[in-house]
Design a protein around this ligand. Structure first.
Ligand code: PLP
Length: 400
């Protein structure tokens, strides 16, 4: 008899993973992969932070038993997450208005949030920015929501089409779910200003929208507190909202899957009911989160010394990316490029929408072994003092 899998079709390949495979197969010594979504240090390596190393050493020496965690994860971790997002003096935290669960990375947090929202607001449509992180659409669709977009990137100004975004938000039906990049927009690097965030809060209030902030890069733009501006604007608003957050980048703990979902409610007794429902979603999915990554993050955040060490290391990553932005712009100019690339300095976070066309990206690959996403997105953290000159000359060659 035929296999039950006989008619299964091959799913389309993940475009970024496909890029990595092609890069790995390339035999040119000078090849560079700008398509990645991770932070590399100046030696082109994923760092293991000193603060993480210290916390792991202590944990390893203690040889703790490996019982189950609570469904929502460790309280020490969840409280530390709340303090980072909302500020340690947050009235919302003091009032018991914040529900936080430890999740499997930012992706896991989005998924738990999406599944819970599907129970809370089954008829809603989800709106994501145009463009957005490519997994946003797939993730919310797989949770059963129709997914549409709101205007975001303006290619002409290389900034945000805020008038378009605001007009769209102000036209949406009550109960619509709005996914917002809290900082370091992926893929464009274009963020809202503080004043624009206040306008978004107003639109969410007047239209009765459900804001869902995705915070995957806290600390990568201007610093931990400064990058929380969007979360703080919503927390001052009196609205209910969702936040997914991730330590993949800020702790360089990609594979440990450390993130959190936080839900801001109207009152403490509401929090208890909401948490009980979110726990049902988790229980029937993966039961409870793994221990290690969250324990390491909590140990760092809850120790004044390790916390300081982590903040210094995070600042080091942030500054290195900034240096690469400035240096790329200078070197493009030095290579004789007439086009103004100074927008690269203004973009925030790990990525830049360079404006390179798909054909130019293709030429970078065939002629130079430099790999980027066909949209022209490059990862600044994949540049370093050794490869940046080569990359700048190659870009100069393809844009001329
Ligand atoms: N959200 C955005 C906007 C991202 O860019 C990413 C990672 O690339 C994530 C969420 C997911 O992060 P994690 O690796 O922690 O699941």
């Amino acid at each position: 008899s035929a296999s039950i899998f006989a008619a299964v079709e091959m799913a389309p390949r993940d475009p970024i993973l496909g890029l990595n495979e092609a890069f790995n197969a390339d035999t040119r010594a000078e090849k560079v992969n700008l398509g990645v979504g991770v932070y590399y240090d100046d030696n082109g390596k994923i760092p293991l932070l000193g603060a993480v190393r210290a916390a792991e050493k202590t944990r390893l020496e203690a040889m703790p038993p490996r019982g189950y965690q609570p469904i929502e994860g460790a309280a020490t971790y969840n409280t530390a997450v709340q303090n980072l997002l909302l500020g340690k003096d947050s009235q919302l935290i003091a009032n018991g208005q914040v529900v936080t669960i430890e999740a499997l990375g930012g992706t896991g947090a989005l998924k738990v949030g999406a599944d819970y929202l599907k129970r809370l607001q089954p008829g809603a449509t989800v709106y994501i920015s145009d463009p957005s992180w490519e997994n946003h659409r797939a993730l919310f669709e797989s949770a059963g929501f129709p997914v549409e977009t709101y205007p975001y990137y303006d290619a002409a100004t290389r900034g945000v089409n805020f008038e378009g975004m605001k007009a769209k938000l102000n036209s949406l039906p009550a109960g619509s779910i709005i996914i917002l990049h809290a900082c370091c927009h992926n893929p464009t690097g274009a963020d809202l200003s503080d004043a624009q965030w206040n306008d978004v809060v107003d639109a969410c209030r007047s239209r009765g929208l459900i804001p869902f902030l995705d915070m995957a890069y806290q600390g990568f733009a201007d610093g931990i507190e400064a990058d929380a501006v969007a979360v703080r604007a919503f927390s001052a608003s009196g609205l209910q909202f969702f936040v997914s957050s991730s330590f993949s980048k800020s702790f360089s703990l990609y594979g440990e899957r450390v993130g959190a979902l936080s839900i801001i409610t109207a009152a403490k007794e509401e929090s208890a009911r909401v948490l009980s429902q979110v726990k049902r979603v988790i229980r029937t999915n993966y039961s409870n989160p793994p221990i290690h990554g969250g324990a390491v993050v909590a140990a760092v955040l809850n120790s004044p010394e390790l916390r300081q060490q982590w903040e210094d290391e995070l600042a080091g990553m942030r500054d290195r990316i900034r240096d690469m932005r400035t240096s790329l712009v200078e070197q493009l100019k030095a290579a004789g490029v007439a086009q103004d690339f100074s927008f690269v300095i203004k973009q925030r976070g790990m990525f830049s929408y360079t404006g390179l066309t798909a054909a130019q990206v293709e030429q970078l690959k065939t002629d130079f072994g430099i790999y980027a996403v066909s949209t022209g997105r490059i990862c600044l953290a994949a540049l370093n003092t050794k490869n940046i000159g080569y990359v700048a000359k190659a870009i100069a060659a393809v844009v001329k």
